[in-house]
Design a binder for this molecule. Structure first.
Ligand SMILES: C=CCOC(=O)Nc1nc2cc3[nH]c(NC)nc3cc2c(=O)[nH]1
Length: 380
């Protein structure tokens, strides 16, 4: 008799609610709660969304956050996170957590790694110690972290790359996807996402989707993009990739992006996003606003008593003047990055809520025109 809990566990599901053109609104049901999609996932690299308490993250409306396997396996190590009760308990975030498989982080480390068919060997950027990641090791680490969504271990090839290089890399990632799935422990409401590769080549993307859907995953990520190809090539790749993905599963575009990227990708059928931009910008005095980004270190804000946004839906939004934030950054005060990260993440969540509402009432095209007009206006 097979063990019901593991073999047939009712895994995570994505349920559609409405669509508008290629855009979809739905709900991702997981063991750690339900998340409305489209959704933007704040990046919590080493078990913290830098500069934010998780209450502050929750106050922005975020439903799911991201953790990085590569960073956490080096420090504090997966075994220690497991001893501390898993990421949810350790960082006091009861909601869903998606962890990456480490592949991309190691790839971006460049020289410090050696790739072979079985996996990748690399040296820690912290103390130079030697480590290994394989589909099995990565999946086991994510299990120890208690990730709600586990990502398949893949290789993200650097662009530009020849179709031959892209094909060889994608085929290896598909072999790694099968091994990742084999190593995945199915639990009620948990899930694992496969990662579509193939660069900007339609035939390679088609081959990759066929391979992944034959293995079967709870969701599908679109990898290999936002690596310097530019928005036009990213969008044209999405135009032929998302229609080939299963309609009834969530689609996750990794590492994306600016507000304009998010809007365009949602309109091409993407449901989930993660990007360091809003939080990294928050640490570098770059504020996202309804009229596009502004740099608060600029002297023109020294006596600007206006707030960053007319909205007042978090303890930060609409409360602090640009002049005060300008002062905090000039004085190198830690409150500057904290408040601005909070503001930027709230801006991204508000944008996703606006987009979602427009999908539900069928007016996404109207909203898209309005948003792009306002972003182009520049600061008022
Ligand atoms: C959280 C991610 C879960 O995915 C993985 O574990 N592997 C993976 N990560 C990526 C991350 C990316 N960021 C960008 N631009 C900033 N492009 C990316 C592409 C990939 C990719 O092809 N694979």
């Amino acid at each position: 008799m097979s063990n019901h809990k593991t073999d047939h566990a009712i895994k995570m599901t994505w349920v559609p609610e409405a669509s508008c053109g290629m855009a979809r609104a739905g709900h991702l049901h997981t063991r750690h709660g339900t998340v409305p999609t489209p959704t933007f996932m704040p990046v919590g690299t080493v078990g913290t969304v830098k500069g934010m308490t998780m209450d502050a993250v929750r106050s922005t409306g975020a439903g799911i956050v991201l953790g990085n396997t590569y960073h956490l396996m080096l420090r504090p190590t997966a075994d220690r996170v497991q001893k501390l009760g898993g990421l949810h308990r350790m960082m006091d975030w009861p909601g869903p957590i998606l962890t990456d498989s480490g592949g991309f982080q190691v790839m971006s480390l460049g020289a410090l790694r050696k790739l072979d068919e079985d996996g990748v060997t690399f040296r820690s950027h912290i103390d130079g110690s030697k480590h290994r990641l394989t589909p099995e090791i990565s999946t086991d680490i994510q299990f120890k972290l208690d990730a709600t969504i586990t990502m398949a271990f893949d290789e993200c090839p650097a662009l530009p790359a020849t179709p031959e290089v892209l094909r060889k890399s994608m085929e290896m990632s598909m072999r790694w996807a099968a091994r990742s799935r084999e190593a995945f422990v199915a639990r009620e409401g948990y899930g694992q996402f496969g990662i579509v590769q193939g660069g900007t080549e339609r035939d390679l993307r088609e081959y990759s989707i066929k391979a992944l859907t034959e293995i079967g995953f709870e969701g599908y990520a679109i990898g290999g993009l936002a690596v310097g190809e530019g928005q036009e090539l990213m969008f044209s790749t999405l135009d032929f990739t998302t229609p080939m993905l299963p309609q009834d599963k969530a689609r996750y575009l990794m590492g994306v992006g600016t507000p304009d990227d998010l809007l365009g990708a949602v309109m091409r059928g993407v449901d989930m996003f993660d990007c360091v931009m809003p939080s990294r910008a928050g640490r570098t005095a770059r504020a996202y606003t309804e009229r596009g980004p502004i740099n608060l270190r600029n002297a023109r804000f020294a006596e600007d008593t206006r707030t960053l946004t007319p909205h007042d839906d978090t303890p930060v939004a609409g409360r602090y003047s640009r002049a005060y934030l300008h002062h905090l950054f000039r004085a190198n005060e830690m409150l500057g990055p904290m408040l601005l990260t909070w503001h930027n993440l709230a801006y991204y969540q508000r944008l996703m809520r606006q987009i979602r509402a427009a999908i539900v009432d069928g007016t996404l095209d109207v909203l898209a025109v309005k948003l792009r007009e306002d972003w182009a206006k520049g600061d008022w």
